[in-house]
Design a protein around this ligand. Structure first.
Ligand code: GLU
Length: 293
């Protein structure tokens, strides 16, 4: 076991020095925190905060298949950094974790889920951009990732995005990396509904790479370091992660932004990171400057 761990560790460090990946537990496990739930918080009448708080429950959209950020466990509950951010927000509304209704959102359905009120908020590696801001609003960013490429361990031909020109690359429909790899780097996109659905095609060499955010790929590399690696330490876009909510609910957006600042100052942001993605990605983030538009 020890030898195995050591090997995994050295492979990972080689895979991404920039992310400073390393394993702290067998399987790169993530845990969960137990945020203190606000007792009878009060909010302006008619505000989204007041409605959610008095309902005592909240529907949160997240990913169910992305290790480190949002992955559904065997007990049916998701864990990851996004999940912890969702729990922290719920706790400030007086809603305990067991009263959160988790909904799986994939990249392509997030705007629609918000518009249809299938969810109250989305915390799902969700990049803030102008196109999406025309349909939904975003609090945050609470993290900044960047696009990268993952290849099979034995691949030596892809080390930068320019190398995928004309090559088959799997990514997820409706995601920013899928658009970038086609528009900017002329890859032949093989679309999937989720990133985990890209893993077998890569392993079977039906595609030559998978592209998405570095931290999502880091989660997959950490699980299977003998099979996959990051093509490079470099990222080639900026992906600021926001918390998606109903368009123009400015009061709610401002309130979530205020909470994010509090999480950063009271240490709960750091704690949430350390319990989840921080088990693998050793570079602990600072809360990025909020985009209070
Ligand atoms: N952050 C990117 C996006 O929102 C990629 C990750 C994802 O698909 O969730 O499109």
């Amino acid at each position: 076991m020890k030898a195995f761990m050591t090997r995994r560790k050295s492979l990972l460090v080689a895979a991404s020095a920039a992310l400073a990946l390393s394993l702290s537990a067998c399987g790169g496990g993530t845990t969960t925190t137990n945020p203190t739930v606000a007792e009878k918080p009060t909010f302006a009448a008619g505000s989204t905060m007041e409605k959610l708080s008095s309902a005592g429950t909240i529907k949160i959209g997240t990913k169910f298949d992305q290790p480190l950020f949002g992955q559904k466990g065997l007990d049916g509950k998701p864990i990851g950094f996004d999940v912890e951010i969702g729990k922290l927000i719920a706790a400030k509304l007086g809603i305990p974790a067991d009263k959160i209704e988790w909904k799986e959102t994939v990249s392509a359905n997030r705007e629609q889920f918000i518009k249809n009120s299938d969810v109250d908020i989305i915390v799902a590696t969700y990049t803030i951009n102008d196109k999406r801001k025309a349909e939904v609003s975003f609090a945050g960013p609470y993290y900044e990732a960047g696009q990268a490429l993952m290849v099979n361990k034995d691949n030596t031909s892809i080390t930068k995005p320019e190398d995928v020109k004309g090559k088959k690359v799997c990514s997820v429909t409706g995601s920013t990396p899928a658009a970038t790899i086609v528009e900017k780097y002329q890859a032949e996109l093989v679309p999937a509904a989720t990133y985990s659905a890209c893993l077998e095609p890569l392993r079977n060499k039906q595609v030559e790479a998978i592209t998405t955010d570095n931290v999502i790929l880091a989660g997959f590399v950490n699980k299977e370091p003998e099979a996959f690696k990051l093509a490079s330490d470099e990222t080639f876009t900026k992906e600021p992660y926001g918390i998606g909510l109903k368009k123009d609910d400015t009061e709610f957006r401002n309130w979530i932004n205020d909470q994010l600042e509090e999480f950063a100052s009271d240490g709960s942001y750091k704690k949430a990171w350390e319990a989840t993605a921080g088990a693998v990605i050793k570079t602990a983030p600072e809360l990025p400057e909020l985009n209070r538009y």
